[in-house]
Design a protein around this ligand. Structure first.
Ligand code: DC
Length: 203
């Protein structure tokens, strides 16, 4: 069975938590496509050119706490503006989406560019303030020198760059279902999404 679930949305809206839970529930493979851009960002910070970094990426690199840092996130967002970087990462993502057994991909352009034919498209969002609070909690475990206002500025900066870029900007696909998680806890949001997907599978 091939079944593709596309989950897009801005930073720290809850995409990752929801996508992991959905993949586990339906026993599907999961790809956090932001990690591809984060690896590129990390390699650029280490001195590589963005395009070389994107062309030489391999699955073994998609892990490590450093990739979660805000420096790497900003570098990822800057590299993600470059058309050649995006082009170099398309095939890996499309191959992943076509896996036997089904696949969940989360990112910014999955429903619009990478998998316009996805079986289910979701757009997960939340207010910038709530997203900054969530990101702060996540990052706080590693660093205590981060303030709410710094994290909020990072979130707003990244949203702006991700939404305003010319190629594959962050936007909900026309046929995506939008879910605002601002006032939902994770388990309520996950149950809601699982119900939507199950209904689509039963059609
Ligand atoms: O989801 P994330 O925060 O890990 O993503 C990091 C950056 O990568 C994000 O600011 C923009 C970019 N990105 C993208 O352009 N397209 C995607 N499908 C996923 C991430």
């Amino acid at each position: 069975m091939k079944f593709t679930i596309a989950i897009d949305g801005p930073a720290a809206a809850g995409k990752g938590t929801i996508s992991r839970a959905v993949a586990e529930h339906f026993n599907m493979a999961y790809l956090d496509t932001g990690l591809l851009y984060r690896v590129v960002g990390a390699k650029v910070l280490a001195g590589e050119t963005p395009v070389d970094a994107a062309k030489t990426i391999h699955p073994g690199e998609l892990q490590g706490a450093y990739l979660r840092s805000s420096e790497v996130a900003q570098a990822a967002s800057r590299a993600a503006v470059l058309p050649d970087v995006r082009m170099a990462l398309i095939e890996f993502q499309r191959d992943f989406a076509r896996r036997e057994g089904g696949a969940v991909l989360d990112g910014r352009d999955i429903g619009t560019v990478i998998c316009p034919q996805a079986d289910v498209k979701l757009f997960i969002t939340a207010t910038p303030g709530i997203r900054a609070m969530r990101r702060l909690k996540e990052l706080d475990r590693q660093r205590s020198d981060l303030s709410y206002s710094k994290v909020l500025n990072d979130v707003i900066d990244r949203d702006k760059r991700d939404r305003e870029r010319k190629l594959a900007p962050l936007i909900a696909a026309e046929d995506a279902i939008t879910i605002d998680t601002s006032s939902l806890n994770a388990s309520v949001a996950i149950s809601h999404v699982i119900e939507i997907i199950q209904k689509r599978m039963d059609l």
